[in-house]
Design a protein around this ligand. Structure first.
Ligand code: ADP
Ligand code: MG
Length: 468
């Protein structure tokens, strides 16, 4: 038996880890105080005894294999193991020497239990989550999915673990979704809406958050949380449509007027031509053609507004769009003794959904007209914002909005008018948001209202800027 030096023994007795040494026949040669305390055994009872006879339960546990390995291969081993008779987790290090093993160990039951609890907490967050929660590797392949992911997209867990996200994304959204994914894989958390494809082919609208998974400072994958917003989307679309149709309905009466005026003059000219010969025929024809063009524009705009739209982005001329909307609303303005004045910078073309932006102009101009029951002037200023975007300002001198009511503007169905729908501002905010722009409302009760809208020239390009 190896005799330890007296001063070494003193040190070993005082260390706070358990420590014992075994000879080549697995007999205890030394045990420190902490070890005898942790093992609930008297040190004198153990010295000279075989460890596997004293702790027979350890034979079928990692201790046996690890100690044999250390001794046979003459290499240190480090491992965690649970020892059921003492209901204790140990962190063990065994160091071999030619004459046996030195073993250092400590009780890590508490740490293990908290770790396990943490794991269970996170597991519940994952498994019990009402949203689809899943993780990807850095190539976008599924690593884990909760059960809601299966029901939301219609694939089983086994199927998903064979797939990347690509087949689950609507093809029109794939470019942007890939970009968001790359951003998340580069460490920037992303939140966006997209269309997912259910296994049976139907579209599921989702609001997705992508979060980088960081382990020891390295990004090893991406978490996804997808909330099903199909219902909200459908309701929203229905609301947008109803607002549009009510705008069309309200407009049609005044538009009948708008068309009747040129028709009356056309009829007058024709009667004149029929009954007498006219000298300056060309001039009249010119006026008649202008009147016909005007009717064409108005009916065209009205049809465009009423027709269900494919929401596609195109580069459009904002100034021309405002011009056409003003023509459309001209008669309503006239009836209300309102003048509409447009001033504009040179503007770049803007990538937008034309019908939607026109709808915004109609909503704002109608509100401005309605705010001035005794007539007045509406100014529309179009400004070029440093090649990045355009600013659209609609100014009226109407009734204004009391400060305490400002937060309500844009809530669905919030209206102060007898025949209002309370959907115009909601639609406006929603449309500008999808164009990546902003809406600012400045208003003073009794003085008037200024609405400032900013739209980026190319909302899709702006999103790509945060490309890492
Ligand atoms: P509606 O016009 O049908 O009432 P909107 O959503 O267009 O619905 O507007 C909501 C409310 O916001 C209006 O009822 C009105 O009280 C207020 N509002 C909007 N624009 C103006 C404005 N230019 N001047 C004064 N109040 C306004
Ligand atoms: Mg309105």
């Amino acid at each position: 038996m190896k005799i330890l030096q007296a001063n070494a023994i003193e040190i070993l007795d005082r260390i706070t880890d358990g420590f014992f040494s075994l000879d080549e026949n697995w007999r205890f040669t030394y045990i420190n105080d902490e070890a005898s305390y942790l093992l609930f055994r008297n040190r004198d009872d153990l010295i000279g005894k075989n460890v596997w006879e004293e702790f027979p339960e350890a034979v079928n546990l990692p201790f046996y294999k690890q100690y044999h390995k250390a001794l046979a291969e003459q290499t240190p081993v480090i491992f965690d193991a649970y020892f059921p008779p003492l209901d204790t987790w140990f962190d063990v290090r065994a160091y071999p020497s030619s004459s046996g093993l030195s073993i250092c160990f400590k009780d890590i039951t508490k740490q293990k239990k908290t770790l396990k609890q943490h794991e269970q907490h996170y597991k519940s967050l994952f498994e019990q989550n009402p949203d689809a929660v899943y993780s990807f590797d850095l190539n976008g392949n599924y690593l884990s999915v909760n059960s809601k992911t299966e029901t939301l997209f219609g694939y089983t867990e086994e199927e998903l673990l064979q797939l990347s996200f690509v087949p689950l994304v609507h093809e029109d959204d794939l470019v942007k979704v890939k970009q968001y994914y790359r951003n998340a894989a580069n460490g920037i958390t992303q939140n966006y809406e997209a269309r997912a494809l259910h296994k049976d082919g139907h579209i599921v609208y989702v609001n997705v958050t992508n979060v980088p998974i960081i382990v020891d400072g390295d990004i090893v994958g991406v978490y996804g949380i997808a909330k099903d917003i199909t219902m909200e989307k459908q309701t929203e679309e229905r609301l947008l449509r109803s607002e549009k149709l009510s705008a069309v309905g309200q407009l049609s009466a005044s538009i009948a007027h708008e068309i009747r005026n040129p028709l009356t003059s056309l009829k007058g000219f024709l009667q004149l031509m029929k009954t007498s010969s006219i000298d300056n025929l060309q001039d009249y024809l010119h006026i008649m053609l202008e009147e016909i063009n005007r009717i064409e524009t108005i009916t065209g705009e009205l049809l465009l507004l009423a027709k269900p739209q494919v929401h596609q982005f195109h580069f459009e001329d904002i100034k021309e769009m405002v011009g056409n909307v003003v023509i459309l609303l001209h008669s309503q303005a006239l009836i209300n003794k309102v003048d509409i004045d447009v001033s504009s910078d040179e503007l770049p073309l803007v990538n937008c959904v034309g019908a939607q932006i026109k709808q915004v102009f109609i909503n704002l101009i109608k509100n401005a007209i309605e705010s001035m029951p005794n007539g007045g002037k509406i100014r529309i200023n179009l400004q070029n914002d440093c090649k990045e975007g355009v600013c659209i300002q609609v100014v009226d001198h109407g009734c204004g909005i009391p400060e305490e009511l400002l937060p309500k503007i844009g809530l669905p169905f919030y209206t102060t008018k007898d025949k209002g729908t309370g959907l115009g501002m909601m639609t406006t905010l929603k449309i500008i948001e999808t164009h990546g722009g902003t809406v600012d409302i400045l208003s003073e009760a009794g003085k008037g209202t200024t609405i400032n809208i900013y739209i980026p020239i190319n909302p899709l390009a702006v999103k790509n800027i945060d490309e890492a």
